[in-house]
Write a protein that binds this ligand. Sequence first.
Ligand code: SF4
Ligand code: SF4
Length: 180
Amino acid sequence: MALIKEILDGTKTLLTGMKVTLDNFRKPPVTSQYPMEKIEMTEAFRNVIVLIEKEDIGSHDCIDCKLCERVCPSFCISLDGERPEGLRRKRSTKFEVDFALCSDCGLCLDVCPTDTLGYSKIHDEAGYNRSDFLYDLLEPWADKEEAARERLKEIEAEQAAERARKAAAKKAKKVRKPAP
Ligand code: SF4
Ligand code: SF4
């Protein structure tokens, strides 16, 4: 009797399991086949900071002001820069971020005067050493740097011409002012 009850219970459990399997078999998958398949990250997703392109320059616009480096509470940004010949503004020549220390707080983005910092959508970093999380933010822009400097020279020349034009117009207005 006990054996029959055991067989019936086992059959019932087996059928219940098969029903669950069949029910889920008909539903669309809720997981993705990582790493063959990668999901699109949401707009709000934050990961390691990156330099973003400014359309008029065709590259990033980091002017080596070091505000991000100073504000970072985790001391994970290391910067350097130079003032290229013929340019008023500086250009960064080194921009490293130790992502093992970064808390994604966003303070560096908030203080950037040129809005050239953003978050990346990288979500699958893995590494064996701390050095695997040391990112060179200038590396993706290296090929575009020369053209960006030439474009900036043109922009600065246009801005200087505009300033001179406004100053001349202001001066001419003063000269034309009738005496009281
Ligand atoms: S997000 Fe915060 S912790 Fe990360 S680099 Fe920027 S300021 Fe530093
Ligand atoms: S705050 Fe912006 S412009 Fe200044 S150094 Fe950082 S990334 Fe460059």
